[in-house]
Design a protein around this ligand. Structure first.
Ligand code: TXA
Ligand code: MG
Length: 318
């Protein structure tokens, strides 16, 4: 089992030696390696059992550091960076040669972000290397928002878990880039599309659901629980599964009549979408680990972070 602690010095040493360290970010925990060390990056894929066609996000400490690894060619993306970094935003930029092909699955753009977590920012400054880090979960499973989640699932494959407490956003970063000269969102996440549109004007949603390596990360079956998760009309789904033990994920004022076969998990009783995003993955895990037979979830309002929540529940149910 790997050690968990707040020792940035140790984390930095291990990473410099090509080892794996789980790092806290405001969105979810990442499984980090030195992005310039191909062998280290390879071990991320092995630890997660992640297919090589799914590229990694590179984390740095400053926009100045970004320019060592990528080029800002579009003013709109530059504005987004100025406005939202550090924060839950990942930007696709033309990569420089120094970034190994394994990081981007051979694509000519690299996904980059400056995370907003004090401990990880300190680590990034200290080590002054770019850290490639996917979410620290086995491929396809729910992302970790607490150090315990990482320890439980990948503990035996990681050298150290840097303990930054609970994540404060709880859902992965929003990924943006340019296609056909338009600003596009390729993954919904912790930064609401509305906030992005305030800076750039209208954005396009490009949330392909395919296993095409050129549309990576949007894999249909993702963020999944081990139990079957059904996502849709509650009344119909409850009726359909009346003979099973149900873990029911709801949002806001709960109008579901209580029944002995139903255990209710509320994403946010007061109906706050940010709170719901924060609770989503923990609640999906709890529901998964409960003694229920199935998990049933309902849509949340399709605005702000609600779009990302619906996206994750939809993919978990695919
Ligand atoms: O919040 C987050 O983004 C977290 C934390 C740790 O930073 N990371 C994360 O990484 O969610 P991961 O590996 O679970 O998701 C990375 C996704 C890929 O699946 C892909 O969709 C997209 O980022 N991506 C990465 N590099 C890309 C590239 N060069 N072109 C297109 N998409 C890319
Ligand atoms: Mg992930």
């Amino acid at each position: 089992m790997s050690e968990t602690g707040k020792d940035i010095e140790l984390a930095s040493q291990l990473l410099s030696q090509g080892r794996l360290v789980a790092i806290p970010t405001e969105t979810v925990y990442g499984l980090a390696a030195n992005a310039l060390d191909e062998k280290a990056v390879l071990s991320i894929f092995e630890a997660k059992k992640r297919p090589f066609f799914d590229p990694l996000i590179v984390h740095v400490h400053s926009t100045q550091a970004v320019t060592r690894y990528a080029t800002f060619t579009d003013e709109r993306l530059q504005k987004l960076a100025a406005q939202f970094w550090p924060g839950p935003l990942t930007i696709l930029l033309p990569k420089k040669n120094i970034i190994p092909a394994i990081v981007t699955s051979g694509l000519d753009h690299v996904a980059i972000r400056i995370p907003r977590h004090p401990l990880t920012l300190k680590l990034l400054e200290k080590i002054d290397l770019p850290l490639a880090a996917p979410s620290a979960n086995p491929f396809g499973y729910v992302s970790p928002t607490r150090p315990e989640h990482v320890a439980r699932q990948l503990g035996n494959k990681i050298d150290y878990i840097l303990d930054g407490g609970d994540c404060t956003v709880g859902i992965e970063s929003t990924i943006v880039g340019i296609e056909n000269n338009r600003v596009c969102i390729f993954r919904l996440g912790g930064l609401a599309p509305e906030a992005i549109e305030k800076i750039t004007g209208r954005v396009e949603l490009k949330l392909s659901v395919s296993s095409d390596p050129r549309a990576p990360g949007q894999l249909q079956q993702h963020y999944a629980t081990r139990k079957s998760l059904y996502f849709g009309n509650l009344d119909e789904l409850i009726k359909k599964h009346h003979d099973k033990k149900i873990a029911l994920i709801v949002f806001g004022e709960n109008t579901v009549p209580s029944a002995t076969n139903i255990q209710i998990y509320n994403l946010s009783e007061k109906g706050d979408l940010n709170e719901a995003a924060l609770n989503l993955f923990s609640i999906m895990r709890q529901a998964d680990e409960s003694d229920s037979d199935v998990v049933i979830a309902t849509h949340v309002p399709d605005e702000g972070l609600g779009k990302a929540i619906n996206d994750r529940l939809g993919r978990a149910s695919a």
